[in-house]
Structure formats: structure tokens, C-alpha cells
Ligand binder design. Structure first.
Ligand SMILES: [Zn+2]
Length: 78
């Protein structure tokens, strides 16, 4: 199982004001913009939003490349 790269990419737990503790979070895609995507982090305990993250197109490509160990075809970037 290759979870290490995934953990680098997503926050696994954040402090929740309601739960008064660091809680595991769920990532939800909030908004898709032409050059970035905005993710919302939801506490798995109470469901409230505890954080937000912006991923630019370049970061997303890198993260996807790391998450996908098997490229289906080689794409030359630039
Ligand atoms: Zn909570």
C-alpha cells in the first residue's frame, strides 16, 4: 500500500473548534476555477468546515502524477 505520497498531499487531521480536538478530516471539492481548485476540509466528527485549501493547476498535475504510479501514456509537458 502506497499511502505516504497521498498523506503529503492531503491534510489528515485538523483542529476542530467544535470538537476541541484535532480531528480527521474529509476533503471536499468546493470550487473549480480555470487555474485552481478549492477544497474544503470537513471534520469527520461534526461535519463542520475546519479548513480550506487551494490547489493550483501545476500542483494538481504534480499530485496526480504522484498518486498515479502507472502513467497510461507519457505526456511531454512544455
Ligand atoms: Zn468537529
Amino acid at each position: 500500500m502506497n499511502h505516504q505520497q497521498f498523506e503529503n498531499f492531503t491534510a489528515s487531521s485538523l483542529y476542530c473548534e467544535k470538537c476541541k480536538a484535532a480531528m480527521p478530516v474529509r476533503e471536499r471539492l468546493l470550487l473549480v476555477l480555470p487555474d485552481r481548485e478549492i477544497f474544503d476540509y470537513l471534520c469527520t466528527g461534526c461535519g463542520s468546515s475546519v479548513g480550506r485549501r487551494e490547489v493550483t493547476a501545476g500542483e494538481k498535475l504534480m499530485a496526480e502524477a504522484m498518486a498515479r504510479r502507472r502513467p497510461r501514456r507519457s505526456v511531454a509537458l512544455q
